[in-house]
Design a protein around this ligand. Structure first.
Ligand code: HEM
Ligand SMILES: *[C@@H]1O[C@H](CO)[C@@H](O)[C@H](O)[C@H]1NC(C)=O
Ligand SMILES: *[C@@H]1O[C@H](CO)[C@@H](O)[C@H](O)[C@H]1NC(C)=O
Ligand SMILES: *[C@@H]1O[C@H](CO)[C@@H](O)[C@H](O)[C@H]1NC(C)=O
Ligand SMILES: *[C@@H]1O[C@H](CO)[C@@H](O)[C@H](O)[C@H]1NC(C)=O
Length: 330
C-alpha cells in the first residue's frame, strides 16, 4: 500500500467529498432520456391518460405511489417489488391501500417496447405522478430523470418512514425532515389530498371517541361529522372509501386548503395543519395563504415535488434498470 502523508490524505478526502457533492447535486437531469428514449414522456403520458380515463381515481393513486416510494430508501421503485410480508407493500400505510401497480406495469411494458432496457421503474413513477397532477388540472414541473431501481424492499423501513394520519404535527414534520424536506413541503405536499380517497379506518378515530375524550374531534365541522358518522358507523365496514377533498375531489386545486379553514379536512393529519396548537407557529399561515392563492400553492407544490423526487436517487451504476417493475433482475 502507498503511504500517504496526513495532509495528502486530508486533501484527497476533501477532493473526494467535493466530487461527491458535485455528483449529488447534478445527479438527475432533465434530458436524461433524450438520446436513449426521446419519446418516453409521450409514451408515459398516453398510458396515464388512458388509465385515468378508465378510473379517475388512478391519478391520485399514482401520485401517492411516487410519494411512498421516495420516502422509503429514496426514489428507487422499492415499493413496486413483490415479495413476502417483509416487503414495503405490506407496510401499514400500503397494505390494502397502495394501488396502481397494474398501471405501472402497463407503462413499463409500453416503455420497454419503445426503448428496451433503458427506462427505470423509479423514473416511471416520477413521470406518472407528474402527469397525474397535470391531467387532474394541477401544475406541471420540469421532470428530473436518471433514477435507477433499487434491489431491496423493507416493510420495517416503510413503517418507520411513512407518516400516519394519527400522528401529531411535530412527528409528521420530523418524518419530512428525515428525508431532507421542510415545513413548506409538509403543507404543500399535503395538498396532494386535493384528489383521491381514504378508507373509514384512516379517520374513524375522529368520529365518536377521539383520543379517549368520549366525544368526536371538536375540530371537525358539524355537518361533515354527522355525514361521516353515518358513512362509517361503529362496527361498520372500515374499508369503505370517501373523498379526501370534500366537494372538489377530482380536480387538482387549492380547495383542500379552503376545506381546512372550514373544519372539513378528512384525516387528522390534514386538519392539524390548521387547527392544532403547533399549527399556529408552524403551518397555519401557509394553509391560509394556499387557500386564498392557488398560484402560490401550485408553485410550491411543483417545487416540493421536485425536492421529493430528488430524495436519495440511485444513479450512475448503482442499482439497476429492472426488466419487470415487480422483481429485481436475476
Ligand atoms: C403528510 C403526511 C401524510 C399522511 C399522514 C397521509 C396519509 C394518507 C392516508 C391515510 C390516505 C388514505 C389511504 C387509504 O385509505 O387507503 C392517503 C391518501 C392519499 N395520499 Fe396521503 N398522506 C400524507 C401525505 C401525502 C403526500 C405528501 C402526498 C403526495 C404528494 C399524498 C398523496 C395522497 C393521495 C393522492 C391519496 C389518495 C390515494 C388514492 O385515492 O388512491 N399524501 N394519504
Ligand atoms: C410474515 O410471515 C411470516 C411467515 O409466514 C409470519 O411468521 C409472520 O407472522 C408474518 N408477519 C406479519 C407481520 O404478518
Ligand atoms: C429492514 O430494515 C430494518 C430497519 O432498518 C432492519 O433492522 C432489517 O434488518 C431490514 N430487513 C432486511 C430483510 O433487510
Ligand atoms: C372512550 O375511550 C376511552 C379510552 O379508550 C374509554 O375509556 C371511554 O370509556 C370511551 N368513552 C366512550 C363514551 O365510549
Ligand atoms: C359535499 O360533499 C358531500 C359528501 O360527498 C355531500 O354530501 C354534500 O352534499 C356536498 N355538498 C355540496 C354543496 O356539494
Amino acid at each position: 500500500m502507498m503511504k500517504r502523508t496526513n495532509s495528502y490524505k486530508g486533501y484527497s478526502l476533501l477532493f473526494i467529498s467535493f466530487m461527491l457533492c458535485l455528483a449529488v447535486s447534478s445527479q438527475l437531469t432533465a434530458d436524461f432520456y433524450s438520446k436513449t428514449c426521446p419519446t418516453l414522456l409521450s409514451v408515459v403520458r398516453t398510458q396515464v391518460q388512458s388509465a385515468i380515463k378508465t378510473e379517475t381515481r388512478m391519478a391520485a393513486s399514482l401520485l401517492r405511489l411516487h410519494f411512498h416510494d421516495c420516502f422509503v430508501n429514496g426514489c428507487d421503485a422499492s415499493i413496486l417489488l413483490d415479495g413476502d410480508n417483509s416487503t414495503e407493500k405490506f407496510a401499514l400505510a400500503n397494505i390494502n391501500s397502495a394501488r396502481g401497480f397494474e398501471v405501472v406495469d402497463a407503462i413499463k411494458s409500453a416503455a420497454e417496447s419503445t426503448c428496451t432496457g433503458v427506462v427505470s421503474c423509479a423514473d416511471i413513477l416520477a413521470i406518472a405522478a407528474r402527469d397525474s397532477v397535470v391531467l387532474s388540472g394541477g401544475p406541471t414541473w420540469k421532470l428530473l430523470l436518471g433514477r435507477r431501481d433499487g434491489l431491496i424492499s423493507n416493510a420495517t423501513q416503510a413503517n418507520a418512514a411513512l407518516p400516519s394520519p394519527f400522528e401529531a404535527l411535530d412527528a409528521i414534520i420530523q418524518k419530512f425532515v428525515n428525508v431532507g424536506l421542510d415545513i413548506t413541503d409538509v403543507v404543500s405536499l399535503s395538498g396532494g389530498h386535493t384528489i383521491g380517497l381514504a378508507k373509514c379506518s384512516t379517520f374513524n378515530n375522529r368520529l365518536f371517541n377521539f383520543s379517549g375524550t368520549g366525544a368526536p374531534d371538536a375540530t371537525m365541522e358539524a355537518s361533515m361529522l354527522s355525514d361521516l358518522q353515518s358513512f362509517c358507523p361503529i362496527n361498520g365496514d372500515v374499508n369503505k372509501n370517501t373523498v379526501l377533498d370534500r366537494n372538489s375531489t377530482d380536480l387538482f386545486d387549492n380547495h383542500y386548503f379552503k376545506n381546512l379553514l372550514n373544519g372539513k379536512g378528512l384525516l387528522g393529519s390534514d386538519q392539524i395543519l390548521y387547527s392544532s396548537d403547533l399549527a399556529i407557529s408552524r403551518t397555519k399561515s401557509l394553509v391560509d395563504s394556499y387557500s386564498s392563492n392557488s398560484q402560490l400553492f401550485f408553485n410550491d407544490f411543483a417545487n416540493s415535488m421536485i425536492k421529493m423526487g430528488n430524495i436519495s436517487p440511485l444513479t450512475g451504476s448503482k442499482g439497476e434498470i429492472r426488466k419487470n417493475c415487480r422483481a429485481v433482475n436475476s
